[in-house]
Design a protein around this ligand. Structure first.
Ligand SMILES: C[S@@+](CC[C@H](N)C(=O)[O-])C[C@H]1O[C@@H](n2cnc3c(N)ncnc32)[C@H](O)[C@@H]1O
Length: 244
C-alpha cells in the first residue's frame, strides 16, 4: 500500500528536481515565477528583512551596506533589500551567488536598469568575496545541502561575514508538508514547485538539528527562531561597529 505520510523523523536525502532535472529556460522562468508567488503569499522575506532592520539600526545615513545572498533563484530578495536600503539612506552593494546559470540569466532580466546587483554564477564554496560582506543571507537554500555541507557553510559564513548572517529556511513538520501540498495542488503551480516544495519540507530542519549543527561549527550565540508559517530561521549578529 502506498504510504500516505512521509517519514519526517530525519531529513530526506531525495534530490529536488530543480537540482537534477534539465529544464528549458521558459519552463524554468515559470517555475521561479511560481516560487516567487509562494514566497510572496507566505511572507517569506519578512524574517530576513526584520533581521537586517535590527542589524543596521543606528547605521548612519550614507553608510555602505554589503550583503551576499546565497542561492538567489531569480533574485527577488536582493532586489527587495536594494529598495529597502536606499529608502533607509544606506548605499547597497549587493552580491548574489547561485550555481545555476539560468538563475543568473533570469535575475539579470528581472532587475531594473540602474539597480546595480552583482549576480555571480558559481558554487558558493568556490566563491571568494572581493570584500567581506557585512551580512551573508540565504533563503530556501540550506536544505539543498547535506548536513556536512551545512556545517561547512555555517563555519564559512560565520568567518566571512563581518557583522552577521541569517539563514531563512523551512521547519520539517507534517502540517507544513500537507498544507503546502494542498495549496500547491489547488493553485496549480509549476510541477517543480509542487514536487520540490513538498520535498523541501522533508529535506528541511527541526530545531535540535540546528542546535547540533551550530555546536559542531563552534557557534554558541546564534538565535534559532520559528516564524509563521513554518519558517525556521537561524541568525547571528556580531558585536561589530557600524560602518561610517
Ligand atoms: C529553492 S531555490 C531558492 C531561491 C530563493 N533564494 C528563494 O528564496 O526563493 C535554491 C537555489 O539554491 C541554488 N543552489 C543550490 N546549491 C547551490 C550551491 N552549492 N551554490 C550556490 N547556489 C546553489 C539553486 O541553484 C537555487 O537557485
Amino acid at each position: 500500500m502506498r504510504q500516505m505520510w512521509p517519514d519526517l523523523s530525519a531529513r530526506s536525502t531525495e534530490p529536488e528536481w530543480m537540482d537534477i532535472e534539465p529544464i528549458g529556460m521558459l519552463d524554468f522562468a515559470e517555475c521561479l515565477a511560481d516560487l516567487e508567488t509562494v514566497n510572496r503569499l507566505t511572507r517569506a522575506a519578512a524574517p530576513t528583512m526584520a533581521f537586517l532592520d535590527k542589524a543596521t539600526a543606528g547605521w548612519p545615513s550614507g553608510a555602505e551596506l554589503r550583503v551576499a545572498d546565497l542561492g538567489y533563484g531569480q533574485g527577488a530578495m536582493l532586489r527587495r533589500i536594494h529598495g529597502w536600503a536606499e529608502a533607509r539612506g544606506l548605499r547597497p552593494r549587493l552580491t548574489g551567488v547561485d550555481l545555476n546559470p539560468q538563475c543568473r540569466a533570469l535575475a539579470k532580466v528581472r532587475t531594473p536598469e540602474g539597480m546595480a546587483i552583482d549576480w555571480h554564477e558559481g558554487d558558493l564554496f568556490d566563491w571568494e568575496p572581493a570584500e567581506p560582506p557585512h551580512f551573508i543571507i540565504s533563503a530556501l537554500f540550506t536544505h539543498h545541502l547535506p548536513d556536512a555541507d551545512v556545517a561547512r557553510l555555517l563555519r564559512w559564513q560565520d568567518a566571512s561575514a563581518s557583522h552577521g548572517w541569517f539563514v531563512n529556511d523551512l521547519h520539517r513538520h507534517w502540517l507544513a508538508w500537507a498544507g503546502f501540498r494542498a495549496l500547491a495542488g489547488a493553485a496549480g503551480w509549476h510541477r517543480f514547485v509542487q514536487h520540490d516544495g513538498a520535498l523541501s519540507v522533508r529535506r528541511a530542519f527541526v530545531k535540535r538539528e540546528w542546535e547540533t549543527l551550530l555546536q559542531g561549527a563552534g557557534i554558541g550565540d546564534a538565535e534559532i527562531r520559528w516564524h509563521v508559517p513554518f519558517r525556521l530561521c537561524v541568525g547571528r549578529l556580531k558585536a561589530a561597529p557600524a560602518p561610517v
